[in-house]
Design a protein around this ligand. Structure first.
Ligand code: SAH
Ligand code: F3S
Length: 497
């Protein structure tokens, strides 16, 4: 099977230690592109880099799908639903493709990597299939296709010379908060997860390149950076010797965080996602205590509160170890909040197992969480365990879980009413005369009386929390409270326009 062959190839290859960086040269393209992104932050980030690659080669962004000469679906296959949605969206393009046969339709990302050739056979109007490691080749593939080449598939992992597309921030146009890649792939083998197949083995970006990109973002006006990696805390610098076996810190992630803090002093906030609990070392906890730039929040996926289920998921930690690691993080950074990912209805999950998940959620006091019904994925080890929890039970467990987590979130948000928070403004709120931002932890704050803030693209502002909504906080700028003057912190930035 194609998926297993790719996995085997990737497993056979030695872990690359290269610290070279390079981008294949490709020709100019003159077209309008439209990128439709499904799935996680990793995909959102890949889409941005893909757009930059296209623009560098002469393409321009189309305002609508109908205006585009190239439509790219950047896909997710982590759960079956995302894959079905993609097929339905691509299906809708058939009339457009019939009317304009020169339109190029490309499928990129995880479904492309997983399905390869099969996508061309099952969706006849698709022209290009391109894996996450081949995005830089898109302009060349499009040019070849326009010159008459047949539909093509490029899904090869760059194992020996891993390439990380470098962002090209343009001053005045950057958002307040940006994503920066530190690694790609995943060496864990969680039994339910397709990511090691679709994203390949772990490859790390040199710390010098990471720091350089962050410095460029900050110079261009970004205030917050989120470091991205499938197991972001397993980071090793490919340009340094690996840590010795008696080093208590088996990863170089804390070193990377300290390096960023020291080399880019203008950075206001640093986050990372998603760490694996296995690598949440004492050194990482200590770093949270030492670095003010680190957000007071960690998203630490736990998946289940039952040791029996964690074993079957091959998560390689116990419930108790997870509790100890989060306790340690909070010991070094009091007030740190935690969010998590949970899978409900994994193969063999009993009522008792699920009750243990609920009790863990309460014990840790997660302030928010993402929860998913277990979705069997092709080629994953968990397939042999079956999918024996009925759909109705999965739905019922998901509903109970959300009920608990929402109650915890409400109580947490309520406890912040009346406090003063430093909010990093990200832009206008979706509705009304407000701007929206996040606190030093991760609470969303809508700030009213936006006419006072209208001149801000983004900045740091101190506000008094007036009210808690279901999932966010509401504040009015301190200036409006008659007693205290409105106080913007020095990092505030003026809107360019
Ligand atoms: N380490 C990655 C995890 C990627 S998958 C990261 O950076 O986020 C994101 C989440 O999807 C996982 O934490 C898990 O909760 C969920 N997930 C993964 N595979 C799944 C499956 N087969 N069914 C249901 N949920 C799944
Ligand atoms: Fe998936 Fe587990 Fe890696 S959830 S991304 S195999 S850490």
């Amino acid at each position: 099977m194609y998926v297993s062959r790719l996995l085997l190839e990737s497993l056979r290859s030695p872990r690359p230690r290269s610290c070279k960086q390079g981008i294949a040269a490709s020709p100019q393209v003159s077209l309008r592109y439209f990128i439709h992104t499904f799935g996680c932050q990793m995909n959102a980030h890949d889409s941005e880099r893909m757009a930059e690659v296209l623009r560098t080669h002469g393409a321009t962004q189309a305002s609508t799908l109908e205006d585009a000469d190239l439509i790219v679906f950047n896909t997710c296959s982590v759960r079956e639903k995302a894959e079905q949605k993609l097929r339905s969206e691509v299906g809708k393009l058939l009339p457009l493709k019939r009317a304009r046969p020169d339109l190029v339709i490309a499928i990129a990302g995880c479904v492309a990597q997983q399905e390869g050739e099969r996508l061309l056979k099952s969706i006849r109007h698709v022209d290009l299939v391109i894996g996450p490691d081949n995005l830089a080749e898109l302009p060349a593939l499009v040019v070849a296709h326009q010159a008459g080449a047949p539909p093509a598939v490029r899904t090869v992992f760059d194992l020996d010379n891993p390439e990380f597309l470098q962002a090209a921030p343009e001053p005045g146009t950057v958002p307040a908060s940006v994503l920066v890649t530190t690694m790609k792939g995943c060496d864990e083998r969680c039994s339910f997860c397709i990511v090691p197949t679709t994203r390949g083995p772990e490859r790390y970006r040199p710390s010098s390149a990471i720091v350089d990109e962050i410095a460029q973002w900050v110079a261009a006006g970004a205030l917050e950076v989120t470091l991205l990696g499938q197991t972001v805390d397993s980071y090793r610098d490919p340009c340094l010797a690996p840590p010795s076996s008696d080093d208590p810190d088996e990863t170089q992630f804390p070193t990377l965080l300290r390096l960023i803090a020291s080399k880019v002093p203008g950075l206001a906030r640093l986050r990372y996602t998603s760490p694996h609990p296995r690598h949440a070392t004492e050194s990482l906890a200590r770093t949270h205590g030492d670095l003010d730039v680190l957000a007071h929040h960690v998203h630490l996926p736990v998946q289940s509160g039952s040791d029996r289920v964690l074993r079957r998921m091959i998560r390689r930690y116990t419930r108790q170890e997870y509790i100890e690691r989060t306790t340690r993080l909070r010991r070094f950074r009091p007030g740190l909040t935690l969010s998590t990912d949970i899978i409900v209805g994994f193969a063999g999950e009993t009522d008792q197992d699920f009750a243990e998940t609920l009790s863990l959620i309460a014990e840790i006091g997660f302030t928010s969480l993402f929860a998913f019904k277990y979705s069997p994925r092709p080629g994953t080890p968990a397939l042999r365990l079956g999918d024996d929890v009925p759909e109705a039970v999965k739905s019922e467990r998901l509903a109970r879980l959300f009920e608990l987590s929402e109650a915890q979130q409400r109580a947490h948000l309520q406890s912040l009413v009346g406090t003063t928070q430093t909010v990093l403004i990200e832009g206008p709120s979706k509705s009304g005369n407000m701007v929206q931002g996040r606190t030093q932890r991760n609470e969303i704050v809508h700030i009213g009386e936006a006419r006072h803030l209208a001149h801000l693209a983004h900045g740091l502002v101190e506000v008094r929390i007036e009210r808690a909504n279901k999932h966010s906080l509401v504040a009015y700028s301190v200036a409006n409270s008659e007693t205290k003057p409105h106080r913007f912190l020095p990092l505030l930035q003026e809107r360019q326009s």
